[in-house]
Ligand binder design. Structure first.
Ligand code: CU
Length: 280
């Protein structure tokens, strides 16, 4: 008993420490050491995903507690010692109706917000700009068909080249830059194998499939750096092709886009590649 109470005390302390640390270090746009929860939401869609997640967590907790409670009753009251002559009942119509109807109601209660969320995610609102992300072995290329049709590659910063504040395995040399509070339509494709474009705090994840153009969208509501990673096992350097999105003010975005057009744009205005042509 002493061991058990010590274990419980230890678990409680560890839990308090973890939650305390999580709350203290919670940061927008990237994971933190010992993080146990979802990353903070930076878009309305991720807000909805998080609320749906917690809603499901309550339902799951209630069901698990109920089942555990039933198991305990059976263990205590109906074991061979306390109940030597078991009942031979095989049917109980009311209880069978209840255990059919109640799960159906629970599923319906889950289905309504679930479908609502799916529609919000899949139904791209009228976009303010389009960015095309192409997954390549092993980096991402971004092109901006609405802002001068330039394209650039985004490669991970090696550990030895990290600048202060840049997270390891997440920082890149050329970030994808988007304006704040604007609907960004993201076209996603793969150039070689299947990759997956994922930014947790935006609540987006979509496969980058060669020969196919997938779409998703996000509307970041705060400025800053937001990180994601390729989320489809794509080969040797799968873990080393991060996604870094810098969300800036509209004015800063215009300045950046003008500079990027100078820096990356092709002089004759030709399409950077055939995928961009398909995106138009
Ligand atoms: Cu990949």
């Amino acid at each position: 008993m002493k061991v058990l109470s010590r274990l419980i005390a230890l678990a409680a302390t560890a839990g308090a420490l973890l939650f305390g640390a999580g709350a203290a270090l919670a940061a927008l746009g990237h994971p933190i050491p010992w993080q146990m929860d979802l990353q903070d939401a930076a878009t309305p869609v991720m807000d909805d995903i998080a609320s749906f997640h917690y809603f499901l967590l309550w339902i799951i907790a209630a069901i698990s507690t109920f089942v555990l409670f039933l198991l305990l009753i059976i263990i205590v009251r109906f074991n061979a010692r306390s109940n030597p002559t078991p009942s031979r009942t095989t049917h109980n119509t009311p209880i069978e109706i209840i255990w059919t109807i109640v799960p159906v109601i629970i599923l319906a209660v889950i289905a309504v917000p679930s479908f609502r969320l799916l529609f919000v995610e899949l139904d791209v609102p009228h976009p303010d700009l389009t960015v095309k992300a192409t997954g390549k072995q092993w980096f991402w290329s971004y092109s901006y068909p609405d802002n001068g049709n330039f394209e650039f590659d985004s490669l991970m910063v090696a550990d030895k080249d990290l600048k202060p504040g840049q997270p390891r395995l997440l920082a890149v040399d050329n970030e994808m830059v988007v304006p704040v509070n604007k609907v960004v339509h993201v076209l996603v494709t793969g150039a070689d194998v299947v990759h997956s474009f994922t930014v947790p705090s935006f609540g987006i994840r979509i496969d980058a499939v060669p020969g196919r153009l997938n779409e998703t969208w996000f509307k970041a509501t705060s400025e800053g750096m937001f990180y994601g990673q390729c989320s489809e096992l794509c080969g040797r350097d799968h873990s080393f092709m991060p996604i870094s999105v810098r969300v800036v003010s509209e004015a800063d975005f215009a300045t950046w886009a003008a500079q990027a057009k100078q820096k990356y744009g092709s002089e004759d205005g030709a399409q950077p590649n055939s995928f961009a042509a398909a995106a138009r």
